[in-house]
Design a protein around this ligand. Structure first.
Ligand code: AQP
Length: 334
């Protein structure tokens, strides 16, 4: 009987080393990366080229890029199973980014909500890199012919644009790129700030943000101070009880419980009991990750071997797509 080789589907995702990894990036993205690593062929990237769309401290960026790799591994990503690398080590990202920029409309980029938000946040430094960020992100994904992109809700619009660019290019030059789908978790797709539950939890808002490497006492303090409302009921109601709804989501994502189970558990108990309970659940979730990261960070040679091997493997895959693209658009072979 003929043996069928079933090719695994491919995943690409990345996080900017523009700050410390947060509970938001863990629940929105990394938790899914870990869950998907057996079923898919995965490329997980540290997107340092995206990070420089806003000003970075060079020494800190270098340190954070390596620390982020250690944290990926500590979260449960296995370098033997996944291709883990630093974006700037694979120059094909920039090369394809340039090409795709010539297939993206100015109007499309102007509509990106992240650009609007970040250009307000960094009004003194609105660079063209910030504007074309989604084109580079499309290149990241399309370079590897990824089928799936596990991200938080905030990145949905960028993945949609990536799909549009891929379809447009395929329409002009025949099938070249796999058109990817976003993969957004049911619980934790949009973790909100603890200080302002109307806003997304972001690494650039340290007050409302829990970092993966925070110490237990800091995590507890942040949750005890979390903004709630003047009622008493632990009930999920995103419109009227944004703070409590966010804490319930975090609690469920951390413990694996459903919203109904969590509401029942805290029925009749005030926020004075609920808030520390959420804090404790997060402390227990983060503890092994923090301890393992600290251990891995001491082994610089190991980390270097992981990102070097990852880059070599990624370059091999990236070259296949890039040479196809160059041929199709009419560049002379090197
Ligand atoms: N609060 C969040 N809830 C759910 N998912 C989130 N992600 C980020 N914040 C949340 C997801 O994690 C990945 C990390 O994306 P990134 O760091 O590359 O970019 P970002 O979304 O711009 O991160 P921040 O923390 O919001 O950075 P700043 O403060 O610089 O703006 C993505 O998959 C994202 O969806």
């Amino acid at each position: 009987m003929e043996e069928k080789i079933i090719k695994k589907k491919r995943i690409f995702s990345g996080i900017q080393p523009s700050g410390e990894l947060t509970l938001g990036s863990y629940m929105g993205a990394i938790k899914n990366w870990v869950a998907l690593q057996d079923e898919y062929e995965c490329l997980y990237c540290i997107v340092d080229m995206h990070a420089i769309t806003v000003r970075q401290d060079p020494a800190l960026l270098r340190r954070r890029s390596v620390a982020q790799l250690a944290q990926y591994i500590a979260c449960g990503l296995d370098p033997q199973k996944n291709i883990m690398f630093i974006q700037s080590h694979v120059p094909q990202h920039a090369e394809l980014g340039w090409v795709l920029g010539c297939y993206t409309q100015f109007g499309e980029l102007s509509r990106m909500t992240q650009f609007k938000a970040k250009s307000q946040q960094h009004a003194d430094n609105i660079t063209s890199g910030l504007f074309t960020y989604p084109v580079l992100m499309a290149a990241d994904i399309l370079l590897y012919q990824a089928d799936l992109v596990p991200v938080g809700e905030d990145q949905r619009q960028h993945v949609e644009l990536c799909r549009d660019i891929a379809q447009r290019f395929n329409g002009v030059y025949s099938d070249t790129f796999t058109v990817p789908e976003s993969f957004i978790p049911k619980m934790g797709a949009r973790v909100m700030s603890l200080g302002n539950p109307e806003n997304k939890m972001s690494k650039s808002d340290p007050d409302g943000c829990v970092f993966l490497m925070d110490k237990p006492e800091d995590i507890m303090r942040k949750f005890k101070r979390a903004v709630t409302d003047c009622e008493m009921a632990v009930k999920y109601d995103k419109v009227n009880k944004a703070g409590i709804s966010n804490l319930l989501t975090i609690y469920c994502a951390a413990t694996g419980k459903t919203l109904e189970e969590a509401e029942a558990e805290f029925e009749g108990q005030g926020y004075g009991v609920f808030k520390p309970a959420v804090g404790e659940a997060v402390v227990e979730l983060m503890r092994p990750i923090r301890e393992e990261s600290e251990r891995i960070m001491k082994d610089k040679a190991y980390l270097e071997s992981v990102y070097k091997e990852g880059a070599a493997h990624a370059q091999y895959l990236a070259n296949k797509t890039l040479s196809k693209v160059y041929r199709k658009i009419g560049f002379v072979a090197r």
